[in-house]
Design a protein. Structure first.
Length: 141
């Protein structure tokens, strides 16, 4: 038994904290206005989610009006915002790539005109067998 008492004495004792009614009401009001989340309050003040839900049950104006608070809707909203932001970034990247593609195509056109060479590959023609004007190329054409 002495051994068990030694282990218990080495464990840090839990500090009992008391939050004022005003503090609890303020945090619940922030939750109602979606300024903060339950998980943020829990992390910041070292609380359990159960304690915060008790505060909501007791002090929430939404609860008194009969409105149910849906916790998942906020996380879904955050996911949707993040996805919309990601789509916006991808659209910007796509626009940049399209601009680069248009720029390179214009350069190819200008180079083709300047040097008199068709730089674009024609997929409908016969494949060439080598580079330059060799007799094999001339005879197969």
């Amino acid at each position: 038994m002495a051994r068990l008492d030694e282990v218990k004495s080495k464990q840090p004792s839990r500090i009992n904290r008391y939050f004022s009614e005003e503090f609890k009401k303020k945090k619940v009001d922030e939750l109602d206005k979606k300024i903060t989340t339950i998980s943020e309050i829990c992390k910041e003040y070292g609380l359990s989610a159960t304690a915060v839900y008790k505060w909501i049950y007791k002090y929430s104006l939404m609860k008194k009006k009969g409105v149910k608070m849906v916790v998942e809707a906020e996380s879904d909203t955050t996911k949707i915002k993040a996805l919309k932001q990601h789509v916006l970034q991808l659209e910007q990247l796509l626009g940049q790539k399209q601009f680069e593609l248009d720029f390179l195509q214009k350069q190819m056109e200008l180079a083709s005109k300047q040097y008199g060479i068709d730089l674009k590959k024609k997929l409908s023609g016969k494949p060439s067998f080598g580079f330059g004007n060799t007799e094999a190329n001339i005879t197969t054409k």
